[in-house]
Write a protein that binds this ligand. Sequence first.
Ligand code: FCB
Length: 448
Amino acid sequence: MGFRDDFVWGVATSSYQVEGAAFADGKGRSIWDDFCHTPGKVYGGHTADVGCDHYHRYPEDVALMRALGVRNCRISLSWPRILPQGTGEVNEAGLAFYDALIDTLLAAGIKPLVTLYHWDLPSALQRRGGWQNPESPAWFEAYAAVVAKRFAGRVHDYFTFNEPQCVIGLGNVDGSMAPGLMLPVRETVPMSYHIHVAHGLAVRRLRELAGDVRIGFVNCGDARLPATDTPEDIQAARESFFAMPQDPAMWPWCNGWWGDPVLLGHYPEDGLRMLGQYLPDGFEKALPLISQPLDYAVHNFYQGSRVQAGRGILPWPEGHPRTANDWPVTPDALYWGTRFLYERYHKPVFIAENGMSAHDAVSLDGAVHDPNRIDFYHRYLLALRRAAGEGIPVHGYLAWSFMDNFEWNSGYKERFGLVYVDYATQERIPKDSALWYKHVMETNGAAL
Ligand code: FCB
């Protein structure tokens, strides 16, 4: 048994990473515009002012997707392009861009899957405290309502938040990503609560206003792989995948903290013991809202760690394969991660991102050969197929990314795309992996 007949194969991108046109047509600034223009924050001083210029080149990008057999594309919407101040006045030109992009995708037979928040918070809202402000859930709800109404009948798949772990852990705890703050735990735990409530409000709005929709909340975080196949190691890996990290400063990376309230309607016990004191009084009353029914458990998997009973996380041996940005290559992340998510949440599992960075280059023959990426995808997809073959409902898989793009604080150094982008000319060159993945999608994985 392999992937189900209606398995969703596709690719993913995000607004800030590909669109460019950062200050065009009435778009407001986002915290990423500010971050990129603060010296020393992003590798090489790169900005995404132009990015892949997808804002202007989307017709040719969508045509290329179609030629490469893409049937599902996860995009995100730039909140400040739609609401320049974050709340209040709507920028019609911003909505018109997404009308055009979505209609072009649909006309090409490509289903758009839309993420509302892929990190580009309007700067105007950050000035009001961002996710620290107790009004932030209402801001997000109003934004979701604008989107839901506008795209009703055209968009049937939504994700509310992308990787809240990174929003808090990288944006507000270690400061390596926008808005670059280093806040203490008593200030960041309430932010997670605001994000959860914002999610619940948005789900309610989408179900009310957007017609027939499927909705997910996109988590991330390393998978845990048992060091051996003994029941003890498997149990240790399972527990570790959802547990609070030993070091309280690492709390944003706890999968249970983010997933349980949304999918089970309660916070995990170990999380409450460590962080409950920082939640606002009466937080329990919001749990029914936070846990509005969702259609799947969504996770972005790139890597995993090995766990042994009694010993915890083991280091990878010297020389273990790594991607260009130093992430270990761990294909079984897609088997164990998928399995553990299903066992806990009893929802179909949707992999909304997976892929690798390499320092790809154009060869003398004019092509971009990336056998390492093909091997990476091949191994990870075999592991996912193993999970599907054991009867775990796996809803879909989206490759990160359709094309090379602005990799946050690494700038353009890391290339994650199936399509190579020459940033000087904006030329697109499908890499070998794009042609390989086309065949995998067309055969519903039989080509693996
Ligand atoms: C994920 C992000 C995505 C991309 C990949 C490499 O954490 O969601 O935007 O940067 O990592």
